[in-house]
Each structure stands twice: as C-alpha cells, then as structure tokens.
Design a binder for this molecule. Structure first.
Ligand SMILES: Nc1nc2c([nH]c(=O)n2[C@@H]2O[C@H](COP(=O)(O)OP(=O)(O)OP(=O)(O)O)[C@@H](O)[C@H]2O)c(=O)[nH]1
Ligand SMILES: [Mg+2]
Length: 133
C-alpha cells in the first residue's frame, strides 16, 4: 500500500448504563499489540463507515448497533502504518456487550481511561471523552 493511503478504521465508543466505557486488549501479534483499544476495525471496500462499525461491533462484541453519532476523526502516523480513525459514539444497541474474540475486556469509567495504555492515536479520543458534553 502506498504510504499516502491511510488505513480507514471504524471505532466505537460504547457506554453502559453506569457511564462506563467498553475497552479490550489487542492481541499481542497485532499492530499495537497488548495495548487497550475501543472495538472496531478496517472499513472494507464498498462499505460505509457506519456499515463497518455495525459489522465490527457485531463480530467483536456481540451487539447490534442501532444508532451511533460521529465523535471525531483522527489521523495518525505510527511510522510503520498510517491510520484514519473514524470514531463513533454508540447511542443505541441491543445485546449484551462482551468480547467475542478471546481478548481481555473491561468496563472503565471515563476518568480512569488514562490509567490504561492505548495506542498513541487514542489520546485525542480520551481527551474528548473527558470533556463535559
Ligand atoms: N480497533 C481499533 N483500532 C485502533 C484503535 N486505535 C488505533 O490506533 N487503532 C489502529 O487501527 C488499525 C486497525 O484496527 P484493527 O486491527 O482492529 O482492524 P481489524 O479489526 O479490521 O483487524 P484485522 O483486519 O487486522 O483482522 C490498527 O492498526 C490499530 O493499531 C482503537 O482504539 N481501536
Ligand atoms: Mg478490530
């Protein structure tokens, strides 16, 4: 892939009734392995970002997204890879959230997110979540 083509990624911020956020730990063999992440994955050819969000959150955390609103878009260069994170806040879903792919997972209050190690690009997401709405 040309260095000018960032990987487009749909990322979901899922909140439970207590206001805690769902995070899971990336497999050690993956890019940015062993860091915590918000669920999501690459937007495939012919898919909208919203389609990708619904598909990835279905596959990774067992929910059917019913509604979501765009939170932010983050461009980041990891040197070995450039990403464009399209971050959405999931506002309605059905199903019980859990991690379906064997990754460690947790619900974390927003104020505690800083204590977990995320990929560098995620700092901007955490900063936004910490701001009052
Ligand atoms: N899902 C997810 N990916 C993130 C986050 N932050 C971040 O930099 N990324 C980067 O976005 C890229 C794509 O994510 P991914 O590995 O989940 O993609 P995917 O589910 O389609 O996996 P695969 O195609 O490798 O099986 C990775 O390079 C990853 O490091 C995040 O919070 N969540
Ligand atoms: Mg993924």
């Amino acid at each position: 892939m040309a260095s000018s083509d960032p990987v487009h990624v749909a990322v979901g911020v899922i909140e439970n009734a207590d206001g805690d956020i769902f995070i899971s730990k990336r497999h050690k063999d993956l890019h940015q392995g062993e860091k915590w992440e918000f669920p999501g994955g690459k937007v495939e050819a012919g898919e909208t970002v919203y389609d990708a969000l619904v598909r990835e959150l279905g596959e990774e955390c067992n929910i059917e997204v019913k509604a979501a609103s765009p939170l932010t878009v983050i461009h980041h260069d990891y040197n070995d890879k450039r990403v464009m994170l399209d971050v959405w806040r999931v506002t309605a879903f059905s199903g019980d959230v859990r991690q379906c792919e064997g990754q460690e997972w947790l619900w974390v209050p927003v104020y505690a997110l800083q204590a977990y190690q995320f990929p560098e690009a995620n700092q901007a997401i955490i900063d936004l979540l910490e701001k009052p709405l």
